[in-house]
Design a protein around this ligand. Structure first.
Ligand code: TXA
Ligand code: MG
Length: 357
């Protein structure tokens, strides 16, 4: 398949280009497009054949449901059985934006879109290109992140092209995704809402609107008995080609430990990389040092983590070390993605006084 590449600026949307992209989706084709979180791989959510094509293009297991993207609040009631009060409140605060809500699905949503589930995930993105495309496509676009299954989610069109060129009808290049991490997912089909995937809208932010919120216990751990409730969270994800390890401990110790490992790997002829911060980037000896920004600027760190993982691949880095981050607030989403990317390989250095004891 020949993939058309179209550039659109969010501030100056070309209606002709959007019209054309909408026609492709209405006709059962696939269009990759920008959102404020990451790029999406879109097809008509009401067309089972389109959803099947999405799974095939991504190489994704078909039991892993897709998120349905809408542009207008009125469009929600057509695809869900009921809208709980909590959902109305959340929508008022956080839609359009990086929040996905799970509802009981209406009959018009095919099982192919929901991976066989009776529930449906819905999000109203804020990116203007995404919203214009959703309208032009008839109102409902099913879209997973626009990466091949298992790879880091793309935050720029270059990486969408790398993964999907020749597998979709069109790729819209709308510049860099601002948030850089996928949406927060919250399940509203239980009595108490449950966070299934942490994201830019933090637990603290959700608690400002809801009385109580639970978090799926399987999220930050590996090897728990219970499978995660979002089927996608059980798969190896976001993985760079190199072997990634997260190192946690006092900053000085972390630097020392990582440099020691790097020395060994370099001696063995391996190319090394480190994910560091403003505070530490000057202290490492690796072949490639990526500065994710200031430690307290979590939004900045979140926005570049997937890009950094992809860049290591571009540079052929074989062994990667990342400093650990605090898992409060937005740090929870950052660590969730890093842990998955690392296949839960974490080194926890003992504190200095623990060693003395
Ligand atoms: O920010 C985002 O959410 C991006 C952009 C493109 O909107 N999309 C995205 O989609 O991250 P995807 O397919 O990569 O991740 C969707 C996650 C998966 O883990 C999937 O299992 C979960 O949502 N999910 C979808 N429908 C679900 C449902 N009915 N119940 C539980 N989990 C669901
Ligand atoms: Mg994904």
């Amino acid at each position: 398949m020949k993939t058309q590449l179209v550039k659109i600026e969010e501030e100056r949307i070309n209606p002709g280009a959007i019209e054309k992209a909408g026609e492709i989706i209405k006709a059962g084709g696939l269009v990759a497009f920008p959102t404020e979180t990451v790029y999406g791989l879109g097809g008509d959510a009401l067309n089972p054949a389109s959803s099947k094509k999405i799974y095939a293009a991504k190489g994704r297991p078909s039991d892993n449901p897709l998120i349905v993207h809408i542009a207008e609040m009125e469009d929600l009631s057509r695809i869900v059985r009921r809208i709980p009060e909590a959902a109305c409140r959340l929508a008022r605060w956080y839609w359009p934006g990086p929040l996905t809500m799970i509802f009981e699905k209406a009959d018009c949503i095919p099982r192919e879109t929901t991976g066989g589930l009776e529930t449906v995930a819905v999000r109203m993105p804020s990116n203007r290109i995404a919203r214009a495309l959703i309208r032009a496509a008839g109102g409902y676009i099913a879209a997973p992140s626009a990466n091949r299954s298992g790879r880091p989610s793309p935050t720029v069109a270059r990486y969408v092209i790398e993964d999907l060129d020749g597998r979709v009808d069109m790729i819209i290049d709308g510049g860099e995704a601002q948030i850089g991490l996928e949406s927060t997912i919250i399940d509203l089909t239980e009595d108490t809402p449950v966070i299934l995937r942490p994201g830019y809208i933090t637990e603290e932010a959700l608690k400002e609107v809801l009385e109580s919120v639970d978090t799926d216990a399987a999220l930050m751990e590996s090897g728990t008995d219970k499978p995660p409730k979002a089927p996608g969270m059980k798969y190896r994800h976001y993985a760079p080609k190199g072997n990634l390890t997260i190192v946690e401990g006092q900053p000085g110790q972390v630097i020392e430990y990582i440099n020691e490992q790097i020395r060994k790997h370099k001696k063995a002829g391996r190319k090394t990389g480190v994910i560091a911060t403003d505070e530490t980037a000057g202290s490492y000896y690796a072949d490639s040092i990526k500065n994710a920004g200031q430690r307290q600027d979590e939004a900045q760190i979140a926005s570049c983590i997937f890009r950094i993982l992809r860049e290591f691949d571009d540079e052929g880095i074989e062994v990667i070390y990342a400093e650990g981050f605090d898992s409060q607030g937005l740090g929870c989403a950052i660590m969730n993605r890093l842990l998955k990317a690392a296949g839960h390989q974490v080194i926890r250095l003992p504190e200095e006084d623990e060693i003395k004891d």
